[in-house]
Every structure is written in C-alpha cells, then in structure tokens.
Design a protein around this ligand. Sequence first.
Ligand code: DQA
Length: 139
Amino acid sequence: MKLLIINGPNLGNIGRREPEIYGHEDFEPFLESLRKKFSEHEIIYKQSHHEGEIVDFLHNADKEGFDGVILNAGAYSHSSYSIRDAVAAISAPTVMVHISNVYARENFRHENVIAAKCKGVITGFGLKSYELAARSLAG
Ligand code: DQA
C-alpha cells in the first residue's frame, strides 16, 4: 500500500513545539521507525503551513494512486472547509489524527469541520496516533 502522511501548520517542529502537549519526540525519527514497522508499505510524508498546498497534496494523492491518507490538519481541522471539501473529493480514504486529545483542550478544538468526511479520527495518543491510523488503513 502507498500511504501519505500530511501534517498541517505548526507541525514541522514536533518534539520542540509545546512538548508538554505534543511530547519530546521529533517527527523524523518517529517516521523512520514507522516506516520500519510498515516496511511492506510505502509511506510518504508531506508538511505544509498553507491551506491551499494541503488541498493540492490531497488531490495529488489521488492522482498518484495513494491507497490512504493520514491527515493531521493542525488548527485547520477546526476551520477549513477547503480541506474538508478536498477530503470529500478524493477517493483515497483519509484518517484524521491528532497528537493531543483535542477534547481535553480549549472549546474551539472540540469542533472538527473535516472529520465527517474522513474514514475515522484518532486523537490523543501522541505520535502513536499516526501508527494507529496506519494500522487502520494497512491492517
Ligand atoms: C493538533 C491539535 C490542533 O488543535 C492544533 O491546532 C494542532 C495540533 C494535534 O495534533 O493535537 O496544531 O492537530
């Protein structure tokens, strides 16, 4: 399977960003360990701070024949109808992940405008949220 992980805004410095919320582990070494665990699958990683670029990533995932998308849209999860529409428009199933438990945080994080178009949502398991999402897609 070909899986695409998309991280949205402010998710390029995991391990250093608010570690009390997002943990101390850098994303790159985590990604390497994930690739080893899912060695029979191809895992591509993209990150952008820009809404339109994330929309492009989603449409390109479809054109490039990805079998599944793992999306952490960051704060766009709570506001972006463009990303929601892109998730709805593509045929690759998308699993939304959050590192933190958004329901234990500020009220504005309780709303997720993209989730209804996703196959499922995994929130609150740290970077393991991505592994659980990969398992849900790849088995
Ligand atoms: C996040 C939760 C969002 O509310 C926040 O804006 C992020 C990260 C998470 O992974 O926990 O940037 O998506």
